[in-house]
Design a protein around this ligand. Structure first.
Ligand SMILES: NC(=O)c1ccc[n+]([C@@H]2O[C@H](COP(=O)([O-])OP(=O)(O)OC[C@H]3O[C@@H](n4cnc5c(N)ncnc54)[C@H](OP(=O)(O)O)[C@@H]3O)[C@@H](O)[C@H]2O)c1
Length: 319
């Protein structure tokens, strides 16, 4: 168990929020929404030297999970901590277990630093009973948060779409690149995509509400997986042939393409979650941007290049 010391650095500045991953995906939109509201933002990131889209407005600090005193110092003076930290799949020495331990350190240091509130980005249908380690790990993160002794809220998005998103971009890239696209299984399982800007607004709003509240952030409409990929192909004006394939064959195809693009395109776990309809919600949508409208507006951008998780987190300077 780590011990964190309380720091006095930057205390008294309660206009400041800390966002994990401001140079990443959802964290970038959270940061933009907070700056828009006149908040000061600092970020904690795996790569403080990554290109900073916010310039001098956002200072970057390393996670330093192995140096809790430093992490506490970094968090000191934070009003609300917006936490996006998690890993998509085990890679490069990072496992769900290490990510959970890091999460524990982050929350402990936040407590020591006197952070007033944590807004945590979860995922719909996270459950400790899940057989899928991503969803189980996300549920364990939420339990850690509830035991951290800091007021909190949890916002659980479905599939998050935006220009930096991996899944939608790579589906579009596949459709642009190949004449055939695989529909895993029946294709009738549902997704309910939410726009990343809407998610950021919901998360920022949740920093003001009651503590201990967990809300879903689903998009305004749901689609079957087949409807979604056919919609993308239609907007791209591609005459793609869709073929139903057993999930195992889809994963094999994904592995072969992964070899060429140097990435892990889709894991068995992710496909299982998708096919179980976990990226949907029964809660009323709070988001307004419609996926088809966003697609229309971004059609000249979406899928124009492969979006690599591995490049983003492990070879980012090469991407
Ligand atoms: N994207 C979605 O569609 C989606 C859907 C539902 C829920 N969520 C949840 O939303 C949160 C944010 O997701 P995101 O897509 O915005 O993630 P992201 O930007 O790729 O990563 C979020 C943070 O975690 C760090 N991180 C990610 N992978 C890592 C790894 N392998 N090793 C070390 N650090 C790593 C990132 O480091 P850097 O600062 O260096 O980038 C960043 O600080 C996650 O908790 C995720 O479970 C996402």
């Amino acid at each position: 168990m780590y011990r964190c010391s309380k720091s006095r650095w930057n205390q008294g500045n309660l206009k400041m929020d800390t966002v994990t991953g401001s140079f990443g995906y959802i964290g970038k939109y959270l940061t933009a929404a907070l700056l828009e509201k006149g908040r000061e933002v600092r970020t904690i990131t795996t790569h403080p030297d990554k290109p900073n889209p916010f310039g001098a407005a956002v200072r970057a600090f390393p996670y330093s999970f192995d140096d809790p005193l430093r992490l506490t110092e970094t968090l000191s003076g934070t009003d609300t901590l917006y936490n996006t930290y998690w890993i998509r799949f085990p890679y490069g020495g990072q496992t769900y277990e290490t990510a959970l331990e890091n999460t524990r350190v982050l929350f402990q240091c936040a407590k020591k630093a006197g952070v007033k509130r944590i807004v945590h980005i979860g995922v719909t249908q996270a459950s400790i009973d899940s057989s899928l380690p991503y969803y189980r790990g996300k549920a364990l993160q939420e339990i850690m948060l509830s035991e951290a002794g800091i007021p909190f809220s949890v916002v659980r998005p479905t599939l998050v779409f935006g220009r930096e998103d991996i899944l939608v971009n790579n589906i579009a890239w596949l459709i642009r690149t190949f004449p055939v696209f695989p529909i895993f299984g029946s294709g009738s399982y549902r997704v309910q995509p939410v726009f990343v800007g809407d998610l950021a607004a919901i998360a920022v709003q949740s920093s003001k509400g009651l503590s201990g509240v967990t809300i879903d952030a689903p998009g305004p409409e749901s689609f079957t997986f087949e409807q979604m990929v056919r919609l993308i192909a239609r907007k791209l004006e591609r005459k793609t042939k869709f073929i139903k394939v057993p999930p195992a064959l889809g994963i094999l195809g994904g592995k072969i393409i992964s070899l060429f693009v140097g990435d892990v395109m889709l894991t068995e776990n992710e496909l299982a979650g998708l096919m179980a309809g976990l990226l949907t919600s029964t809660e009323a949508p709070k988001a307004s941007v419609r996926f088809p409208d966003w697609l229309e507006e971004n059609i000249n951008f979406v899928g124009t290049r492969y979006t690599s998780e591995i490049a983003r987190h492990f070879r980012w300077s090469a991407s």
